[in-house]
Structure formats: structure tokens, C-alpha cells
Design a protein around this ligand. Structure first.
Ligand code: PMP
Length: 352
């Protein structure tokens, strides 16, 4: 027997690269191209270092309270974590403890598979249809829980509320998690369904639409009972997951709703404009309702375009995986960044 026999062996999730170059255009991890709300910068300047002496509020009370006002739910229905990754990971540990496999799409956020492996949760993937949509009938088989993003990543495809409800309705005996990381870019949230279904958990994040990926703030909303169970697990793991600056700066971001609507609206406008130009350049893509476009070119291989962009300091995301190896996931940046990308592509494709 070796000590290594007792190691929990896992294949970790691979996040998009985070190069810090002065002149790069970073369109590879779906961050927001605009800064957080101005009130956040003002508060950063005023933060008292002395406050860092103390442990933070383990219940993240002010953040929970403002989210409860904003979304019109009880504070007891909200759970906050260190990015939605932390929230979803806790939810896997809390809710997916059956013998039956949990279900998620074959093309989706690749962290789901990693958490399932980490926690030894059996899982099964369900193939998206030709148009990258979920097939609700696939989610009628016996299972131990369900998770899918809406809009999906990396496709950007939005499912209707009817499809989401169909899946929840057919699975009242397990927890259904709807990962709404990209819902603020024109999607329709499943939050209103919480009134009807106590097995639904809706997860959202400050990383994309609230321009705060660097602070790591995520949250979920569900029935009071579900949130109690989640808190039991969280407090058995680490009471102080969310640091003090993130808590207070997060509150400030939610306060400025006009700014939030402004930047998400701008990103949506840019996205729609970029769709038109990409089409003219010979790209095809499912219609995205997220802050990225998942596109392939009619003739030039995805890997080749990815490398060419990278060599020119334009970073997008590419996966060598079944079904998606020809595709590039392009985050929507500022108009200026997107214009640089588009003119590079125009020249590059003309020469290919
Ligand atoms: N869900 C999906 C579908 C995502 O694409 C991401 C971003 N990688 C996350 C969750 C996690 O985001 P964060 O932890 O920054 O909230």
C-alpha cells in the first residue's frame, strides 16, 4: 500500500487562459468589457483596512438582503457563494446524493462533469439536438437530479420557459438546477417558477453582467428548505467562504440598477451587430442570447482561426472536443475590440 492509493484522483477543470498582456483583446472567458458600477470604485477607495482584522459575516447578510429586495424573494431563499462555481459545487454536494445518475447536456459547461467525478456522483449526458436545443423527453428517464445552463454555454442557446418548466414538472422527485450565468443578456429567467416548484434551484453570478469576475460572487435562489440544506453543508465545509470586500462591493453593484441595465444593453447591441458581420464573413452560429457567440467558419478550420487570432493577441476559446471542435466561442467585448477582431478576420479569411 502506498500513500498515493488513498489520494482522491481527479482530472481538474481547465479554465480559459488568463494572460496579462498590455495590448491583448481578451474574448475568451466571458468577462464584462466594462468596469463595475461607479459606486463600486468609490467604495474601494473608502474601504477601511482595519475592517480586514475581523472575520466576515458568515451569512453575507447585507448581500442576501439586497438580493432579496431586488428579486422579490425572502432572504431565507438566497444562498451566496464564491462565484457561481462555488454555489454549484455546494449544490452538487448537497442535493446529488442518490444512486441514480444526474443528467446534463452533452455539450455544456464542462465543470459539471468535473464536480460529478470529484464527488463520485454518477452522471449521464443527454445529447442536444441538431440545433443545439435540449430535448425535454431525454429528461424523463430515471435520474438523481438535473442541471443545465440557460442560456447554455458554450452555445449561447436559450431555452423557453415552457421547456424549462416541462423538465422541472417531469422531475418533481429530484432537484433541478438551472444555471443562469448568462441570463441577463436577454434571457427569460426561471425565477417566477419558484412559486410553483420547491425542487427548483436558480443560480446566477456577478461575474458577467455585473462586471465582477475578479471578486467571485455567485448566488442561488430556491425554496427555504433547499437553502437551509445548502447552508448546513456550507457550514460543515467552511463558514467564511465570502470575503468582506466582496460582500460590501457586491451590495454596491446591485444598488446601481441603471448602470447594470446600461452595460448589459450595450453588450446585447454589440452582440447583434457582430452577428451580422460574422455572417457576412462566412460564419454560422446558433442564435446566442448570452455575452458570447459560438461560431464556425464555412471553410476554415476552427483550430486554425483560433491560433491565428492568438498569435495576434486576440484570445477566444476553442475546444478539441466531439461536436464542437470547429467552433470558436467569442466573448462580446467593447465595440472597438469587436471591430479589431472583425477586421482581422476579414483580412485573414481573404488570405486563406
Ligand atoms: N456557469 C456557467 C455556465 C459558466 O459559463 C460559468 C463561467 N465559467 C460559471 C457557471 C461560473 O461562473 P462564476 O464562478 O464566475 O460565477
Amino acid at each position: 500500500m502506498k500513500w498515493e492509493d488513498n489520494v482522491r484522483k481527479v482530472v481538474p477543470y481547465v479554465a480559459g487562459e488568463q494572460p496579462r498582456k498590455a495590448k491583448m483583446i481578451k474574448l475568451n472567458t466571458n468577462e464584462c468589457p466594462y468596469p463595475p458600477a461607479p459606486g463600486v470604485a468609490e467604495l474601494v477607495a473608502k474601504l477601511d483596512c482595519g475592517d480586514l482584522r475581523l472575520y466576515p459575516d458568515s451569512h453575507t447578510t447585507p448581500l442576501v438582503n439586497i438580493l432579496s429586495e431586488y428579486y422579490g424573494v425572502k432572504p431565507e431563499q438566497i444562498f451566496v457563494g464564491v462565484g457561481s462555481d462555488d454555489v454549484i459545487s455546494m449544490a452538487f454536494m448537497t442535493f446529488f446524493n442518490g444512486d441514480r445518475p444526474i443528467l446534463f447536456p452533452d455539450v455544456t459547461y464542462s465543470f459539471y462533469e468535473v464536480w460529478a467525478e470529484l464527488y463520485r456522483i454518477p452522471y449521464k449526458t443527454c445529447a442536444l439536438d441538431e440545433d443545439w436545443h435540449l430535448r425535454p423527453e431525454d429528461y424523463r428517464q430515471p435520474n438523481g437530479g438535473i442541471i443545465f445552463p440557460n442560456p447554455n454555454a458554450p452555445t449561447g442557446v436559450l431555452e423557453s420557459l415552457e421547456t424549462v418548466e416541462k423538465i422541472i414538472q417531469a422531475n418533481r422527485d429530484v432537484v433541478v438546477i438551472v444555471d443562469e450565468a448568462y441570463i441577463d443578456f436577454g434571457g427569460v429567467s426561471a425565477l417566477p417558477l419558484l412559486e410553483k416548484y420547491d425542487n427548483l434551484l436558480v443560480v446566477q453570478t456577478f461575474s458577467k453582467s455585473r462586471a465582477m469576475a475578479g471578486l467571485r460572487i455567485g448566488f442561488c435562489i430556491g425554496s427555504e428548505k433547499m437553502i437551509r440544506y445548502l447552508n448546513d453543508v456550507k457550514f460543515s465545509f467552511n463558514s467564511y467562504t465570502m470575503n468582506y470586500p466582496s460582500q460590501v462591493l457586491g451590495v454596491e453593484a446591485v444598488r446601481d440598477d441603471a448602470y447594470f441595465k446600461g452595460i448589459t444593453g450595450r453588450i446585447v447591441n454589440t452582440r447583434e451587430r457582430v452577428k451580422g458581420r460574422l455572417r457576412e464573413l462566412g460564419f454560422t452560429f446558433p442564435d446566442s442570447r448570452a455575452n458570447f457567440i459560438f461560431a464556425r467558419h464555412k471553410t476554415v478550420p476552427g483550430e486554425q482561426i483560433f491560433q491565428a487570432l492568438r498569435e495576434n493577441n486576440i484570445y477566444v476559446r476553442h475546444w478539441n472536443k466531439p461536436r464542437i471542435s470547429e467552433y470558436l466561442r467569442i466573448t462580446i467585448g467593447t465595440d472597438e475590440e469587436m471591430d479589431t477582431l472583425l477586421s482581422f478576420l476579414e483580412n485573414y479569411l481573404a488570405a486563406s
